[in-house]
Design a protein around this ligand. Structure first.
Ligand code: NAD
Ligand code: MLT
Length: 528
C-alpha cells in the first residue's frame, strides 16, 4: 500500500479519488496542528499540502519514506525545493486550477478598494447608518492599472480590467513583449515607469529572492499620491512596514491584501486602517477552483506514486511529456546500461561520457541523467531517481558528460556510454529497434545483440573450440537454466565475449568454476 497524508484541506472530490484507489492508504491530517504534523509522516509515501504547511528541511527530515509532495495550488514557496530534490522527492503543483478564482478575487479587491463597499456594508448593516456621502468611490474606467507580473493571473486581470475601460500597463521582464501588446496593454521595461503612472497597482509574481520586498519605501515614494495597492499573490512582495508608512501618510488611498508575510495572521498591524481590506488568503477559495485543484492534485500524486507520470513536477528538469516514445525507450536503456556498467565494473566510476547519435540527440542531457541514475543506484543506499541524481553524482564525484557521437554507426539511433574507473575505460553501445526492442549491441570492441534484462553472466575467453560447452556444463551441473546466449568476437583479438542469460542468479562459487575453465579470461554477473 502507498500511504498518502493530506496535510491541508482539499476538496472532497480529491479525497474520493484517494479513498477509492485500492493501492492507496489515505490519512487525513488537515486538522492536526502544524507542530504535531511531522509526527504522522514517518511512513508517508506522499503528502498533499496547500500554502498552510511549511515543508522545509527539518520537516522533510521526519519523512523518511516520502517520494512525492503534491502542492494543491500554484505557489511552491512553502516547499524547500532544493531539500526535496536532494532527497529524491518529486514536487508536483497544480498551477492552473485556481487561476480564475485568484483573478476574480483580485478584481473584487480592486473594486472594494475603489468603492469601499465592505465599510458601507458594515456601517449600514451593523450600525444602521445610511450615509451616502461618506462612501463616495472612484471608477476603474479611465484609470491606469499597473500589473506587476503578467503570468496566468496577471494576464487575466489585465483582460478583465480592460473590459472596465481601464488603461493597463504591465511590467514583466520575463515574458515576450507580444504577450502584452497582443492583448492591447502597454508593457514597460522599467518598474519605475509603471510605479509613476499607475492609479492602482496589483502584483502577480511568484515569491522569489528577487520579488521579495520588491515594493518598499523607495518604490511607494515614486507612486502617485492616492495610489491603490493590491496583493493577492504572496505576502512579503510589498514590504509590510513600508505599506504601513504609506497608509499613515495618506500616500496610499486604499490597500487590498489577501496574503501576509506570516500566515495565519488574524491580528496584523495593517488592519488598524479603515482603508485596508483584508482577506485570509482566499484567492483560491472558490468551489470550482478547489474541485479542480483537489481532483487534479490527487490524480497526479497517485500517478507519480505509481510511476505513471509526473504532471506539473516543479523539480524535474526534464519535461517528460515532451519526450517521444522512442526517447523514453532510450532513457530506460540508458538507465539499464548505467546499471550494467556499475555492476560489471564493480568499482567507483568517476566519469561517464555519453555519446548520442540520431533523433535522440535532442535528449542527450536526459540520457546522461538516466545513465547516472543507473550507475548510482547500485552503489549507494539512498533512493536514487532522476530528481536527486545530479545532487548525488556531484556529492560522490561522478562526472557525467553528454556529447554527439562522431563515429560511424549502422544504427539510426545509437547511444554509446564510456565509463572511466581507476584509470581504466569500458564502453558499451545500445540502440532501440523500433518500436520497442532495446538492446545493447556493442561492448569493448565486441559486437553482439542482447536485451539488458534479468540475470546475465558476462564471460570473456580465448576464442577456441569447446569452451562455451564447458560453461554450459558447469551451469547444467548446478541446475541453472540458460534462457539466452549471445556471443561476440573482436576481430583479430582471438577473444570472444558471451552474454549468458540465466533463469536465476548464480552464486560466486559457480562463477569461480567458470573462471577456472581453460581459456577463460574474465567472468562477471549482473542483474537488471
Ligand atoms: P505565473 O507563474 O503564471 O506568473 C508569474 C509571472 O510573474 C510570470 O509571468 C513571471 O515572468 C513574472 N515575474 C517573475 N519575476 C518577476 C519580476 N521580478 N518582476 C516582474 N514580473 C516577474 O503565476 P500565477 O499563476 O499567475 O500566480 C501569480 C502569483 O499568485 C503567485 O505568487 C501565486 O503563488 C499566487 N497565487 C495566489 C493565490 C491566492 O490564494 N492568493 C492563488 C493562486 C496563485
Ligand atoms: C496558491 O499558491 O495556489 C494559493 O496560495 C492557494 C492555496 O494555497 O490555497
Amino acid at each position: 500500500m502507498l500511504k498518502v497524508v493530506v496535510c491541508d484541506n482539499i476538496s472532497q472530490s480529491g479525497i474520493e479519488i484517494l479513498k477509492n484507489d485500492p493501492d492507496i492508504e489515505l490519512d487525513i491530517k488537515s486538522s492536526v496542528s502544524k507542530d504535531e504534523l511531522p509526527n504522522y509522516l514517518s511512513d508517508a509515501d506522499a503528502i498533499i499540502t496547500r500554502s498552510a504547511t511549511s515543508v522545509d528541511d527539518a520537516f522533510l527530515s521526519k519523512c523518511g519514506k516520502l517520494k512525492v509532495i503534491g502542492r494543491a495550488g500554484v505557489g511552491v514557496d512553502n516547499v524547500d525545493l532544493s531539500a526535496a530534490s536532494k532527497r529524491g522527492i518529486v514536487v508536483l503543483n497544480m498551477p492552473t486550477g485556481n487561476t480564475l478564482a485568484a483573478t476574480e478575487h483580485t478584481m473584487t479587491h480592486i473594486m472594494n478598494c475603489l468603492r469601499f463597499l465592505p465599510n458601507a456594508n458594515y456601517e449600514l448593516k451593523y450600525k444602521h447608518i445610511w450615509n451616502r456621502k461618506k462612501w463616495m468611490g472612484i471608477e476603474l474606467a479611465g484609470k491606469t492599472l499597473g500589473i506587476i507580473g503578467m503570468g496566468r493571473i496577471g494576464s487575466r486581470v489585465a483582460v478583465r480590467a480592460m473590459s472596465f475601460d481601464a488603461n493597463v500597463v504591465v511590467y514583466d521582464p520575463y515574458i515576450k513583449k507580444e504577450k502584452a501588446t497582443d492583448i492591447g496593454v502597454k508593457i514597460v521595461d522599467k518598474l519605475d515607469e509603471l510605479l509613476q503612472v499607475s492609479d492602482i497597482i496589483t502584483i502577480h509574481t511568484p515569491k522569489t529572492d528577487e520579488t521579495y520586498n520588491m515594493i518598499g519605501e523607495k518604490e511607494i515614494d515614486m507612486m502617485k499620491d492616492g495610489v491603490t495597492l493590491i496583493n493577492c499573490a504572496r505576502g512579503g512582495l510589498y514590504n509590510e512596514k513600508a505599506l504601513y508608512k504609506g497608509l499613515k501618510s495618506g500616500k496610499i488611498r486604499a490597500l487590498g491584501i489577501d496574503v501576509f508575510e506570516n500566515e495565519p495572521q488574524p491580528n496584523h498591524f495593517l488592519q488598524e486602517f479603515d482603508n485596508v481590506f483584508v482577506t485570509p488568503h482566499l484567492g483560491a477559495n472558490s468551489f470550482e477552483s478547489q474541485i479542480r485543484v483537489g481532483t487534479q492534485i490527487a490524480k497526479s500524486v497517485v500517478d507519480a506514486l505509481k510511476g505513471r507520470g509526473y504532471t506539473n513536477a516543479v523539480n524535474i528538469t526534464m519535461a517528460e511529456e515532451e519526450i517521444s516514445h522512442l526517447g523514453k525507450q532510450f532513457l530506460g536503456l540508458a538507465e539499464r546500461m548505467g546499471s550494467f556498467l556499475s555492476q560489471y565494473v564493480n568499482k567507483f566510476i568517476s566519469k561517464a561520457k555519453i555519446y548520442v547519435h540520431g533523433d535522440i540527440e535532442k535528449y542527450a542531457d536526459a540520457l546522461a541523467l538516466f545513465t547516472s541514475v543507473g550507475i548510482l543506484k547500485n552503489s549507494i543506499d539512498e533512493h536514487v531517481n532522476y530528481v536527486n541524481a545530479p545532487y548525488i553524482a556531484k556529492e560522490r564525484g561522478l562526472e557525467v558528460q553528454s556529447k554527439i557521437y562522431q563515429g560511424t554507426t549502422e544504427f539510426k539511433n545509437y547511444l554509446l556510454i564510456e565509463a572511466i574507473y581507476e584509470g581504466e575505460k569500458i564502453s558499451i553501445g545500445g540502440t532501440v529497434f523500433e518500436p520497442n526492442k532495446a538492446r545493447i549491441v556493442f561492448m569493448n570492441g565486441f559486437d553482439m545483440e542482447i536485451e539488458l534484462t534479468g540475470n546475465i553472466i558476462v564471460f570473456q575467453n580465448h576464442d577456441k573450440p569447446g569452451i562455451i560447452g564447458m560453461v554450459g556444463a558447469v551451469l547444467g551441473e548446478n541446475k541453472i537454466n540458460i534462457a539466452d546466449f549471445r556471443l561476440g568476437r573482436r576481430e583479430g583479438s582471438g577473444e570472444a565475449l558471451s552474454f549468458i542469460k540465466v533463469d536465476e542468479e548464480v552464486d560466486d562459487k559457480i562463477l569461480d568454476k567458470i573462471l577456472h575453465i581453460d581459456g577463460a579470461i574474465k567472468v562477471n554477473k549482473v542483474k537488471l
